[in-house]
Design a protein around this ligand. Structure first.
Ligand code: PNS
Length: 165
């Protein structure tokens, strides 16, 4: 009898920090796979507000209730991480046409390097279509209200990190 192959998907990103837009994609993508691994990029060349460990912790605490979601850090090429995890699908979110060019370029480059790996896109929920980690940080940095933009349990972490009470 043929045994069913475990379907593993990878949702990669910087997640500095996780937003409600990311979380919505995680929830929806988790329904397509037996296991969805959220891959948090370690990139020492890029300055991030949260350390790699902190970003992994933030995503982990927001996804503990989704049993088939695991959070892991990765470094180096995404396609290598995908292969190492026995996955064949990369998940990304698309907010607007402006995302498309960069996302298409990444998807095509990844396909070129690893033809067995496909990238699938989720259209971001309309309510989150204006959201980005950078804008969230900018609003918080200037003392603005970020409730409703990020999961409630990370709001204080962001203000604390920016030393705003
Ligand atoms: O959340 P982001 O910053 O838009 O995510 C970008 C990410 C992590 C998906 C991308 O930078 C990436 O895959 N980096 C790993 C290095 C790599 O594989 N580069 C070549 C393909 S773009």
């Amino acid at each position: 009898m043929e045994t069913k192959k475990t379907r593993v998907g990878i949702y990669p990103g910087s997640f500095d920090p996780l937003t409600n837009g990311h979380l919505d994609i995680i929830i929806r993508a988790s329904r397509l796979f037996d296991l969805l691994i959220v891959g948090v990029l370690r990139n020492d060349a890029k300055k991030t507000l949260f350390s790699m460990e902190e970003r992994v912790d933030l995503v982990t605490k927001c996804t503990v209730d989704i049993p088939n979601v695991k959070v892991e850090m990765f470094e180096g090429l995404l396609v290598d991480f995908v292969r190492e995890k026995g996955a064949d699908t990369i998940v990304r979110g698309l907010r607007a046409v402006s995302d498309y060019e960069y996302e298409l370029q990444m998807a095509m480059l990844n396909k070129h390097m690893s033809p067995e790996v496909d990238t699938i896109f989720f259209m971001t929920d309309i309510n989150n279509s204006f959201l980005s980690s950078s804008l969230v940080k900018d609003v918080a940095r200037h003392g603005g209200n970020i409730h409703g933009l990020v999961p409630e349990i990370v709001v204080d972490d962001i203000y604390k990190k920016l030393k705003i009470s």
